[in-house]
Ligand binder design. Sequence first.
Ligand code: ADP
Length: 432
Amino acid sequence: MRVVDLLDQVRDLWAERVARRLARGESVRESFQDELRRYLDLLRHAIVSGDPAWLNEILDEWTAAQTQSERERREASLAPILGHILLSLNTVARENLNHEDALELIGAVLPIHTHAVHYSSQKETEIYVQHIAGELEQARSTLERLDTSKSDFISVAAHELRTPLTLIEGYSSMLLDNFPTDDQARERVEIMLKGIDNGIRRLREIIDDMIDVSLIDNDMLKLNYQPVWFNQLLGIVRQEIDGIITERSLNFIIEKFPGHDEMTFGDPERLYQAIWNILTNAVKYTPNEGTITVSGRRLPGFIEMTVTDTGIGIDPDVQINIFEKFGHLGDVSLHSSGKTKFKGGGPGLGLPITKGIIEAHGGTIWVESEGYDETTCPGSTFHILLPVRKESPDNKVNKLFESISGEGPAGIEQTYEEVKESIAKETSWLKK
Ligand code: ADP
């Protein structure tokens, strides 16, 4: 094959030329020249067989030899080397072959060279992607570790703070109960003690929130399933915040939505806590004289409760973050400024806890709001979707119900009817 003879004629000169261009230092040049000769031999095989894949193996080796720092700087080191190899062929062929032979040799080498450039850049990209994926994985596991240590910190800090808090709480209430009779002194110190008491209560709420968050984070939130009714829970929260609603001249409407008086199984204390968080937030983020409406609907298998306010609203960009712990810290200067004061922010744990509670019940929570604007007050609507359970997932509770009603809790409504019927039967003689 003529072209192979031509290649053999220039092979050593070509390797030497490339080595001289690229390698500094005698020993480096020699070993590089050996590598180039190997490359040119494989190139020869590729020309003879018409299969450029002969070069793949050496290109793989060269790509794999790239250093970590070259990868980090994303230096595609093979493309310029291959470029030099082709340029050197041009020079060597022109200097040592006649015009026609030089053209023939370059023409034969060019498609193989194109394959080599394409193949090596593909390999380099693959290696780079692998490298980046490795770095991402490392960053992810660092974040995971940080997240775990943050949760650990929260639970340790909360437990550590709880003990001295209980002591202060105990002594301050003992003092309040056993105070001297001198009226003036009593009044003054009583004010101070009440101040301390308020501080303690707030601190306890924060610590309890921290503990709840860490329980939720560690999937350790235990639910005490009992029969619950939305209207009852709403009634209790309403009573608790009645004073502040009057003080802030808010309209507070609880609609009798379908399902509001239907029994379902849930943890009453935890659901109360969730509803309390949503309603007090509605109070906090709605200016005086605004309106808060509780409504909802019955869906197959679920009750959906909505809390709509005419407050400052929530930017769509942060609507997911507010359910993450410390996800939306807002203006730090407003933190702990009040539970019900307008815009009185807390530590930002209320919604993550609420979400944890609702999800632990197998439900879901989300918010809708056109955006955040303190002047136009577009308002927000929080949706709580809770599955209707006619029996407790907790077997102990079911057994208890069985022993009380003689039937499973699934039949609780019929049992009530039966009880009414039997009472009617037992008392029928009275009517006679
Ligand atoms: P915080 O203790 O700060 O109130 P939450 O977790 O209860 O913490 O709420 C997180 C954030 O969500 C609040 O700081 C506030 O920015 C926003 N938010 C919650 N409810 C409302 C609402 N009804 N209207 C406007 N913003 C709200």
